[in-house]
Design a protein around this ligand. Structure first.
Ligand SMILES: N[C@@H](CCC(=O)N[C@@H](CS)C(=O)NCC(=O)O)C(=O)O
Length: 203
């Protein structure tokens, strides 16, 4: 039997959680190797040899060393296709990739602006800045809300798209930014996601 996949991990990192949800969905055994971001272990030479960007996650699967969470998830899907987390149809797959990119990169300004306030001590937060950041982020989530119309998961069946977005949404639920009455489908989606053993195991 081959060695389990090694995952260089920081428990609360959304980028690591995105990969762990996929490992769990595919029931792939893995060994999590903690990397302490607070101690800057990700910038040590040994780690930079695995990931020159100095970030988590990294996976090592036999001779294959990979970084970048979405690329790792695509690799896992190709190498371990059962159960499939992408549809067969190339145009649907491409649509999923657009929405993964959208949810990560095109909601990032709102997410980061909220994060900047929420990581301050409660008394030090700028209420106006937080309200503006929240309004921006909710607006940026609207395309994902629309995508859920008439669907259980963002692409119909559970896919890499749902795995990509659940960690960040979870973070905003913890911060009290979500749920929001303007995004009811997203909240119903999150409730479904929470019932999945993969999400329970990771988040
Ligand atoms: N695009 C990368 C981003 C990875 C990333 O930003 N990881 C964060 C943790 S969530 C990290 O390692 N931060 C530490 C640092 O930048 O030094 C991915 O998707 O894997």
């Amino acid at each position: 039997m081959s060695d389990p996949i090694k995952l260089y991990d920081f428990k609360t990192s959304p980028n690591c959680q995105r990969v762990k949800v996929v490992l769990e969905e595919k029931k792939l055994p893995y060994e999590a190797i903690p990397v302490d971001l607070r101690k800057k272990e990700q910038k040590e030479p040994g780690y930079l040899a695995l990931n020159p960007y100095g970030k988590v996650p990294v996976i090592v699967d036999g001779d294959t060393v990979l970084y970048e969470s979405c690329i790792i998830n695509e690799y896992l899907e190709e190498k371990y296709p059962d159960p499939p987390l992408l549809p067969e149809d190339p145009s649907l797959r491409a649509r999923i990739r657009i929405l993964i990119d959208y949810g990560i990169n095109h909601t990032d300004s709102g997410h980061q602006a909220i994060r900047q306030e929420m990581t301050k001590a409660e008394g030090e937060r700028d209420g106006d800045a937080l309200a503006a950041a929240k309004a921006l982020f909710l607006q940026q989530l609207r395309p994902l809300e629309r995508e859920l119309e008439g669907k259980e998961y963002m692409a119909g069946d559970f896919s890499l798209l749902d795995a990509a977005h659940v960690p960040r949404i979870m973070r905003h639920l913890q911060w009290g930014i979500l749920p929001d009455p303007s995004l009811p489908l997203l909240h119903a989606w999150y409730e479904r996601m929470k019932a999945r053993p993969s999400v329970q195991a990771v988040l």
